[in-house]
Design a protein. Structure first.
Length: 96
């Protein structure tokens, strides 16, 4: 990979994005609310919705009150006019 691009943002914690990197993402439910099996299935389906479209999922586990995800963002299509070569983590998890 030639000259990978490093992006650093700051929210509650610093978030670093490195073009072509693999990311470990963890989310927890609001106030550690325990999800029903049906709700956990919705989370699983949502995480897999863009698998092989915006990112590749290596492993995913949905627990009663949190989930873990290991993903690799994919390169954007050449037709998009964005300066970013890869899908950003914020666009994947919908944080703007």
């Amino acid at each position: 990979m030639k000259n990978p691009k490093l992006k650093i943002t700051k929210r509650d914690l610093p978030h670093w994005e490195f073009d072509g990197a693999v990311y470990f993402i963890t989310f927890k439910t609001w106030q550690r609310l325990e999800l029903t099996p049906a709700a956990r299935q919705i989370v699983l389906d949502a995480c897999l919705f863009f698998h092989r479209k915006r990112y590749n999922v290596f492993v995913l586990v949905v627990m009663p009150d949190h989930f873990h995800l290991l993903i690799h963002p994919l390169a954007k299509e050449k037709s998009q006019e964005s300066q970013d070569k890869y899908c950003s983590i914020s666009s994947i998890v919908k944080f703007y």
